[in-house]
Design a protein around this ligand. Structure first.
Ligand SMILES: Cc1ncc(COP(=O)(O)O)c(C=O)c1O
Length: 393
């Protein structure tokens, strides 16, 4: 499989095999140029741009993003990243002493830290549900979370696509089961927009966040927070600003407050519609074709890596998107920075993360599949791994 969109359309270093789109995304040149044009406009007349026009400009960008992720515009606001959204929700949530916040052991560390922080402040407690990996079916995720719910569980943070293990969790089922038990759900969809088809409105979650700078390839610092209408009154941004006392006709306090959290550069948010349009026309079939192609490439990469490592598939196909993690054989050695990750980068020019999960000496290798990647890159990685397995990694 050759790149769906030539690699030269990205800024990526041509000397590298870049297999870590998942960490921070990567943005095509044309979208960065678009962002620079917005910045030029802002600098030509900062007051017009940031005072007179910003709310209308943001509303239009929110409208386009909302349509892309299946949401109502009034329920969706921009935040710089998923971490900020998770913080806004958790730090606004009315936790009392003894209340529990449920997370999984596959959670992104930043989000787990936020849960720990708000629990420490309120006298609450974090419950960690243990989800197996390797995993046989998504039923195991549902069982792990539901069996960890107690009468004190108020909120569950569930990943749509997990970071270390790269699993697509069955969020539809999880949200339905948890909300029906009176547990509010915050879906951490940091990897979901652009990787998975979304209908956020239909999920029924209390809160949802997703990054635009990962799989939508928007400029860095663009993410969404979606809050169900009945919860919007309680969610406040991390920075309280003018919106707390300046209502705007036809807009909720939630929309107004999140639209201005102090002077900043909104060009990444305003570039999101261009990212949506770019990939809609960059290849035949647009976004659906790109998602399907990236997933096929990820599955092919998984097959190559598992064969090289002489292991079974660690997860069923229906739990895979455009990211794949495979367990590495146990080995002694240096873990921080990981010696294998360093060798792959320094000796083979392959940028790919080796993740310590659940903790050393257990390690996972995670590969991403994005439009600029080709099958040959995973073949090259697999060849290096085969050699390493022969020499006990
Ligand atoms: C599942 C998950 N949640 C949250 C984040 C944090 O995203 P950001 O750094 O954009 O806030 C990540 C980042 O990789 C992630 O994988």
């Amino acid at each position: 499989m050759v790149p769906a969109i030539p690699r030269s359309e990205w800024m990526l270093d041509p000397a590298l095999s870049f297999l870590n789109h998942g960490s921070f995304g990567a943005t095509p040149r044309v979208l960065l140029e678009k962002q620079h044009m917005l910045q030029n406009e802002m600098e030509a007349e900062p007051v017009r741009f940031l005072e007179r026009e910003i709310f209308t400009r943001l509303a239009e960008a929110r409208r386009r993003l909302a349509a892309f992720v299946g949401a109502r515009t009034e329920d969706l606001v921009f935040v710089p990243n998923a971490t900020t959204a998770v913080n806004a929700v958790l730090r606004s949530f009315p936790l009392k002493s003894g209340d529990r916040v449920l997370v999984t052991d596959h959670a992104h560390n930043a989000c787990r830290n936020t849960a720990g922080f708000v629990c420490a402040q309120s006298g609450g407690e974090v419950t960690v549900a243990k989800v197996p990996f390797p995993i046989r079916s998504s039923d195991e995720v549902v069982d792990a979370l539901l069996s960890a719910v107690t009468t004190r569980t108020r909120l569950a943070v569930i990943e749509h696509v997990t970071s270390p293990t790269a699993l697509v969790f069955p969020v539809e089922r999880l949200v339905q089961e948890l909300e029906s038990r009176g547990v509010h759900t915050l879906v951490d969809g940091a990897h979901a927009p652009g990787m998975l088809p979304l209908q956020i409105d239909r999920l029924g979650a209390s809160f949802y966040t997703g990054n635009c700078h990962k799989w939508m390839c928007a400029p860095k610092g663009a993410a969404l927070l979606w809050v169900r209408q009945d919860m919007q009154e309680s969610v406040r941004p991390l920075a309280i600003s003018h919106g707390a006392t300046s209502p705007r006709p036809g807009a909720s306090r939630y929309e107004v407050e999140f639209s201005w959290t102090g002077t900043d550069d909104p060009s990444a948010y305003l570039s999101v519609p261009s990212a949506i349009d770019h990939f809609a026309s960059a290849l035949p079939g647009g976004w659906n074709a790109l998602r399907a192609r990236n997933r096929s490439l990820a599955l092919a990469a998984r097959d190559l890596l598992c064969a090289a490592l002489e292991i079974e598939h660690p997860a069923p196909d229906d739990m895979i998107g455009a990211l794949v993690s495979v367990p590495l054989p146990l080995t002694a050695g240096e873990f921080r920075p990981d010696v294998l990750q360093r060798t792959l980068f320094e000796a083979h020019r392959i940028e790919v993360p080796v993740i310590h999960w659940p903790k050393p000496p257990h390690r996972l290798l995670r590969v991403s599949a994005q439009a600029y990647n080709s099958l040959a890159e995973y073949e090259a990685l697999a060849a290096v791994l085969r050699e390493k397995v022969r020499n006990a990694l």
